[in-house]
Design a binder for this molecule. Structure first.
Ligand code: CAO
Length: 456
């Protein structure tokens, strides 16, 4: 039986307690001196801890997720003749494979005594036997093609994962990390390769002219607390769900937003008059209720706006369910007025009032938000002159409404003060041509200018 040696975490500089994020060997493995045993991570850095002795791993004392500090025993190694230090340790062997992607991590440096494979400048206290890799802070803009990527813009991954990616020719900037703080783990690289192979693509970065995936850079990681005090609040459940939907819709739908203005002077006077007459009896008539009715008329006239894409087909819906964005303390929700074509202005006004109250109380049922065919996002009560509403997939268009304002309008002989309502129509350009978008808006302008047109 050989001599048993405890392998301990060495002096790791300023880092008192760090997380074990990878264990690179298992009981029974033969390790060489300087071979990386575990990867640890602090708030700001990752590092691999090398073995200070050669031998066979007899006892593993740490696992992924443990916290370790200087002096923590990582494992017990039994010295054997066969385990003499070799030039090519199993885990940190120099990488012979070429780096396929131009922005992959730089090649592995020549092995240095007691230093791990690292692709970033060392920041550990001199004399320690572990080299630190600063957790990358990524630029918000894209890397310049062909330019070497600085250590500060490297994706967040441990050195062994970088090595693994290099061996497979994977550009880590194209891989989404599933580990804590978005760290890329080995499984992410494997999943990336599998999906690239399944799609017939290549794991390396896309080449100009090839129609491949988005290949986005990982999200910038910034230690905000370095620049001043911060508060961290978890996102609400609604924000998480709506955020994921908005992000998908924004990147997958080619949006075009067409802006116009409707003269609602007469309509507003009519609305105010009706509200005065019905002050005690009915619900308050809102501009939104009239806009919903006007949209139904426009959707009847231009049915492709009331449709959804289904593969290579367009599904035209013969019902008119109009969603409206409601701002709530917990985030945005879109309740739906069903069969708005069969409802009068008072009924629609009553429903929008009830649904938005329920939305603010967090009491909407799932069914209240389903089956929409077209949406309206009205910010008119708040302000603004125009904006780009994001299409609520699988719908193909959404109308944004901003604050109406008195503006001078030329009537052919003089300027007249008129109440103008800004309309911002976003539509899916795969389904709707620019001319159709402008026509839809122009029709809405006509209808809102004279609601009698809804009778036609
Ligand atoms: N221009 C000027 N004033 C307007 C207006 C417009 N386009 N629309 C409404 N207003 C005024 C109303 O006249 C009313 O004023 P008074 O209180 O003096 O009568 C006030 O704004 C409130 O309007 P309202 O009671 O009619 O409510 P609404 O129908 O405009 O809004 C709702 C209801 C649910 C749409 C709104 O509460 C809301 O949540 N809006 C935000 C939607 C949102 O967040 N969209 C962004 C999504 S991202 O695309």
């Amino acid at each position: 039986m050989g001599v048993m040696t405890e392998i301990k975490v060495p002096d790791i500089g300023d880092f008192k307690s760090v997380d074990v994020i990878e264990v690179l060997v298992k009981a029974g493995d033969t390790v060489a001196a300087e071979q990386s045993l575990i990867t640890v991570e602090s708030d700001k850095a990752t590092m691999e801890i090398p073995s200070s002795a050669a031998g066979v791993v007899r006892e593993l004392r740490v696992k992924t997720g443990d916290k370790v500090a200087e002096g923590t025993v990582i494992m017990v190694v039994e010295a054997t003749d066969a385990a003499a230090p070799g030039p090519a340790p199993a885990v940190s062997a120099p990488v012979a494979a070429p780096v396929a992607a131009p922005v992959a991590a730089p090649p592995t440096p020549a092995p240095a005594p007691a230093l791990m494979v690292s692709s970033a400048p060392a920041t550990a206290t001199p004399g320690t036997s572990a080299r630190m890799t600063e957790a990358p802070t990524l630029p918000s803009g894209p890397a310049q093609p062909g330019s070497p990527q600085s250590a500060a813009s490297l994706p967040h991954a441990s050195p062994s994962v970088r090595k693994f990616a290099r061996e497979l020719g994977v550009d880590l900037t194209a891989v989404t990390g599933s580990g804590p703080k978005g760290r890329i783990v080995q499984e992410d690289v494997q999943a990336f390769v599998k999906s690239a192979l399944a799609g017939g693509g290549r794991p390396a970065a896309p080449v100009a002219g090839e129609g491949s995936g988005l290949s986005l850079l990982p999200w910038p990681k910034v230690d905000f607390a370095r620049f001043g005090p911060v508060d961290v609040q978890p996102l609400s459940r609604i924000k998480k769900i709506s955020g994921a939907n908005l992000a998908r819709n924004w990147v997958m739908i080619p949006h075009v937003t067409s802006n116009d203005e409707a003269d609602v002077t007469d309509l507003e006077a009519f609305r105010v008059e009706l509200n005065r007459e019905n002050a005690k009896a009915g619900p308050k008539l809102t501009m939104l209720a009239f806009i919903i009715k006007a949209c139904v008329a426009a959707l009847r006239r231009y049915p492709e706006f009331n449709a959804s894409l289904d593969g290579d087909s367009l599904v035209y819906k013969r019902y008119f369910n109009i969603g409206f964005a409601a701002d709530t303390p917990n985030g945005l929700v879109v309740p739906v007025i069903r069969d708005a074509d069969r409802k009068g202005i008072f009924e629609i006004a009553q429903e929008t009032t009830t649904l938005s109250a329920r939305a603010r109380e967090g009491k909407l049922a799932a069914a209240d938000m389903q089956g929409g065919t077209f949406s309206i996002s009205s910010l008119g009560g708040i302000g603004g002159t125009s904006f780009t509403p994001i299409i609520n997939a699988p719908e193909v268009a959404i109308l944004g409404v901003s604050r109406s304002a008195m503006k001078p309008q030329w009537d052919g002989s003089a300027f007249q003060p008129r109440l103008m309502l800004p309309l911002s129509l976003s539509y899916d350009h795969r389904v709707i041509d620019g001319a159709a978008g402008a026509r839809f808006n122009a029709f809405l302008v006509q209808v809102l200018g004279d609601m009698r047109r809804t009778l036609l």
